[in-house]
Design a protein around this ligand. Structure first.
Ligand SMILES: [Zn+2]
Length: 1003
């Protein structure tokens, strides 16, 4: 397959070659070690992902399937029947737009009006707003935005104006566009083709949809071009969206304020009036007035600067190519930069505040190399002259792919050799590879509407591994895709309240809510499965798609058509196959049963965890590209497309067969008892006949089988013991994740004796590898061993392995004397031990360091540790700090509260705190934001009985959010946990009790 050749692409650098000993050590990232398994379900990014290794028992049932929509246009008669809203549109001549259907399955459907709960009226005059739909009418097509802005970073006033050149597509006397609720608009007029200025006769505002309607006395003629002029003003704030403020402390203690943007998904309208939907692609130019000690960055290079007073200058920028509003960005700051160029001459710069100049080199090198890699891979030159990457002190997401001006949370771009470990470095590379892949897939070709967000994010999720692998092939990062992405996707997609990957989006809340695991991880998993299955044709199709739709918009179907065209020789109907994965929610489990004589039967059904007694059989069916190996020849990979509920395959095997070779497919597998037994025996006698990812798969499949009653826990624990001899990072990552689910459920259920036995069982499994590599000098270990070492050591300390804790506390004392004396890879573990097992003074020491440090990476590590304190005073103190935001930035409140919720001392207190301070928390984080989702999920993870669920349901209902998808999913997870306790607590407890002699004798 083509991807094999591409995977071996060697870029201009291999990081390992020039790393010193100190940087060759691994540190555990939050995605490696967080005790809360919330992040596994929520690792999205605009780009805001954290990682986690353990998808919990998954679950789900009857979800509405997206219906095939028929293409039709509304006749005038049907319009009349449909009701007043549409009638109003017709009357005022706004016309219809071409758009996706409600399900996004076809891009050529006419907007289907949806009755809205309340009629939107102007907030002052109460006149009915002339357009009631969430999406703008298509009568007006903007072509050019000329933006002038003057943000005052002392008074925080921002004034400006915009000239929008537009074309009339349907005769109308209205212009309807977006404008944020805080914008004051004035001096509005249009310029006619004859240069005459005309003012509107009325201006109405629909706050719910953030739309302005201007009415003119005469109709605007179809196909004519006009210019719309609007002056506006507003106050800049620290809301992390629109054009907003961020502050940081200089090394001399002086506080500085910068102004920056975050527009995706619906917040460009908060910075200037515009047609704020991805379908409206325009050329944008910018003029920015600023203090002469500051500089401005924009998507495009600077054209000229002129002085306008003693202190003020104005920057004038080149116009962009056609682009969507959510990708516009500008920054006014005093930042400094480092710069280099790609072989094709694109100037790449990384910006940050002056004290962080020493932490930018790795990001610069990665960005230059990955940009070059993608230009060659996509065979399409990057169309802009420059690429800026900027570290923003306050940033809600992880990073944002603005065209030519990518913004990052500081921890996603800074790499400090003193405090950053291997995982920190990988994270920086992965986020950069993700965002830069969007410059083609998302920016050059943009989804028509947010229902196809998965195309953007799924593709970038796959490319973040592919691109990183392209430039740092020795990292072997592709091998981590199944365990970190596919299992994370399934962990959410198993819910009965998951959603199809192509989804209806009809409100601002919905557009924010779809930045979830389904769009990112499931999207990425499907791209991975398809690229594996179709080989070279897949990426040929991608390149054809990018060329065909450059500077325009496209949908799911366009990509599929393009791949189908490239894969014309394949016997598979690409469209039909992809539809089964994008239109249906959930994913299948394949049951393999040996029928003797070299034959197995394979059947499929939707995988769901049982939570009640009346489960219905699923009707879903997928076209599953199966792959398998057997004990006859593990190098001979069989392939079979299962497109029926039940089928049979002839396979040459003696005692076992293993499906989903290397875990490239988005499905689980289970086997009949005899096959499971043979697989277990093979794992126990010689696991290395399976590749590391096949071992990952056998763990994932066996835990899922046990959690759904197809394997007993005796059988599961018998199988799992092979990991006692394991030394592969991905296999132990999966094993620890799955076992931690059981451990945590026992912990929150307050079964201390079983919880304690589970911890000692984990210590027993990890002891051999711990003895081999823990605390060893990093320079004596390989990169992979260093990563493994960090993960294992952290887990051993968290399982209260006394020698581990003693060593960590010793190292903490050493580190207090000399901050460079300890490997950055060990910092999180020693901070954790210092807080959880050391004197109270350790907490105070770290808190003071947290408050005073300007190193965001170090602060992140410290904050995680601070949440592990067993002292109530510490818990309450941190909770309070999340509200003031003086010391803990609002972007980090989720890390603090989610960490406290996972701490047994803090769990009940934190859930109470969240409920009592709900309104305050919402002011810092919108309810659909990643942060709030993570906080809520972490709190609900700790609940283990029906009364808790009822109380939580009542609370969410009172807050009006009980219908939100993530709330339903989280509540369902609690029910799954309760079901697990009812059915499996006893056998697990009993197995631990009767087997403890094994590890007690060994210890
Ligand atoms: Zn993305």
């Amino acid at each position: 397959m083509s991807s094999n050749a591409l995977l071996n692409w060697t870029g201009s650098s291999d990081e390992d070659d020039n790393e010193g000993g100190a940087v060759l050590m691994s540190s555990l990232h939050e995605y490696d070690v967080d005790e809360d398994d919330t992040s596994q379900l929520l690792n999205y990014r605009v780009e805001n992902r954290t990682r986690n290794r353990n998808p919990i028992p998954l679950s789900s049932s009857a979800l509405e399937r997206i219906k095939e929509e028929k293409k039709y246009k509304y006749s005038l008669v049907s319009v009349l029947i449909i009701g007043v809203c549409l009638l109003l549109m017709v009357n005022i001549g706004l016309g219809y737009r071409k758009c996706e259907g409600q399900d996004g399955t076809s891009k050529h459907k006419v907007l289907k009006p949806k009755p809205q709960a309340t009629v939107c009226r102007d907030n002052i005059t109460k006149v009915i707003f002339p357009w009631q739909q969430y999406r703008l009418p298509s009568a007006i097509k903007p072509h050019v935005y000329s933006i002038f802005l003057h943000p005052n970073l002392t008074t925080f006033d921002c004034t400006g104006h915009i000239n929008i050149t537009f074309e009339v597509q349907e005769e109308t006397n209205h212009i309807i566009f977006h404008s944020g609720a805080k914008l004051q608009l004035f001096d509005i007029y249009i310029v006619l083709p004859n240069k005459k200025h005309i003012k509107p006769t009325s201006k109405l505002y629909c706050e719910k949809n953030e739309m302005v309607a201007l009415k003119f006395s005469n109709s605007l003629a179809k196909r004519s071009h006009y210019l719309l002029h609007i002056k506006f003003s507003y106050k800049l704030d620290f809301s992390l969206k629109g054009f907003y403020l961020s502050r940081y402390k200089k090394s001399n203690g002086k506080e500085m304020v910068i102004a920056t943007t975050q527009f995706e998904t619906v917040d460009a309208r908060k910075a200037f009036p515009c047609f704020d939907e991805p379908i409206f692609k325009v050329n944008v130019s910018l003029q920015m007035v600023r203090d002469k000690h500051y500089q401005t960055l924009f998507n495009m290079p600077l054209k000229s600067t002129a002085s306008i007073s003693n202190n003020l200058e104005i920057d004038d920028f080149y116009a962009t190519p056609k682009m969507s509003s959510y990708l516009i960005a500008f920054i006014v700051s005093d930042f400094q930069s480092v710069t280099n160029s790609t072989p094709s001459g694109i100037k790449v710069s990384v910006y940050a505040s002056a004290d962080k100049m020493g932490q930018l080199d790795f990001a610069l090198k990665t960005a230059v190399n990955v940009l070059d890699f993608y230009e060659k891979f996509f065979k399409i030159p990057f169309p802009l002259e420059k690429m800026d990457l900027v570290a923003i002190p306050d940033f809600a997401a992880g990073a944002m792919e603005n065209w030519g001006l990518i913004t990052y949370r500081e921890t996603a771009i800074l790499y400090d050799p003193i405090t950053s470990g291997i995982s920190d470095k990988e994270w920086v590379a992965i986020v950069i590879a993700h965002e830069i892949s969007h410059q083609w897939f998302g920016n050059l070709v943009t989804m028509e509407w947010w229902n196809d967000l998965w195309l953007n994010e799924g593709f970038a999720t796959y490319m973040e591994y592919f691109g990183t692998n392209g430039i740092y092939p020795r990292w072997n990062i592709m091998s981590e895709f199944p365990v970190k992405e596919i299992y994370a996707a399934m962990g959410t997609d198993v819910s009965r309240y998951t959603h199809p990957i192509s989804v209806t989006v009809d409100s601002s809340e919905e557009t924010r809510e779809i930045f979830d695991v389904i769009s990112y991880e499931k999207g990425g998993s499907l791209i991975s499965m398809m690229s594996d299955f179709f080989g070279e044709a897949f990426f040929q199709g991608v390149t054809a798609y990018l060329n065909a739709h450059a500077y325009g918009n496209a949908g799911n179907q366009d990509l599929i058509a393009s791949v189908a065209n490239a894969a014309a020789n394949s016997k598979v109907n690409v469209q039909a196959m992809m539809d089964t994965w994008t239109i249906q929610p959930g994913f299948p489990v394949v049951t393999v049963t040996s029928s003797g004589h070299g034959k197995v039967t394979v059947s499929q059904k939707r995988f769901l965890y049982t939570i009640g007694t009346n489960e219905q059989q699923s009707k879903e069916m997928w076209q599953i590209p199966l792959s398998y190996i057997s004990d006859k020849n593990t190098n001979d990979v069989g392939h079979f497309v299962l497109d029926k509920k039940l089928d049979s395959i002839e396979v040459d095997f003696k005692s076992w067969i293993k499906f989903n070779h290397n875990e490239t497919g988005y499905y689980l597998v289970t086997y009949d008892k005899k096959l499971w037994k043979s697989l277990t025996q093979q794992l126990k006698s010689d696991p290395t006949v399976f590749t590391p990812n096949d071992r990952v798969g056998l763990l994932g499949d066996s835990f899922a089988a046990a959690h759904s009653g197809q394997l007993t826990y005796d059988e599961l624990f018998d199988l799992v013991q092979f990991v006692r001899g394991e030394s592969e990072y991905v296999v132990l990552y999966k094993a620890l994740g799955s076992l931690t689910y059981i451990k945590d459920t026992l912990k929150f259920h307050l079964d201390e004796s079983s919880h304690s036995l589970m911890k000692s069982f984990l210590i027993y499994l990890l002891q051999p590898i711990y003895d081999k590599i823990a605390w060893k000098d990093a320079s004596k270990l390989t990169r992979e061993e260093n990563k493994l070492k960090t993960m294992i050591t952290d887990d051993m300390c968290k399982n209260e392995h006394q020698p581990c804790i003693v060593k960590a506390l010793q190292l903490f004392d050493t580190w207090k004397q000399n901050h460079t004396a300890v490997s950055p890879n060990d910092l999180e573990t020693i901070f954790y031990a210092a807080v959880a097992h050391g004197p109270s003074a350790n907490w105070n020491y770290l808190w003071n360091l947290y408050v005073n440090s300007t190193n965001p990476g170090l602060k992140r590590k410290i904050l995680g540790a601070l949440t592990s304190s067993n002292e109530v005073d510490h818990v309450l103190s941190l909770q309070g700090e999340t509200l003031t935001t003086t010391n803990i930035r609002s972007q980090d409140s989720d890390k603090a509260l989610a960490g406290l919720a996972q701490n047994l001392v803090g769990s009940a207190l934190t859930w109470k705190f969240v409920r009592q301070n709900w309104d305050e928390l919402l002011k810092l984080n919108p309810v659909s934001s990643y942060n709030m989702q993570r906080i809520i999920k972490s709190c609900l993870r700790t609940l283990t009985d029906e009364n808790d669920i009822s109380a939580a349901k009542g609370f969410f209902k009172a807050q009006g959010i009980s219908d939100m998808k993530f709330v339903k999913r989280d509540l369902e997870s609690v029910q799954i946990n309760i079901h697990w306790l009812q059915n499996y607590h006893s056998p697990v407890k009993s197995w631990l009790g009767s087997n403890k002699h094994q590890w007690q004798n060994t210890a």
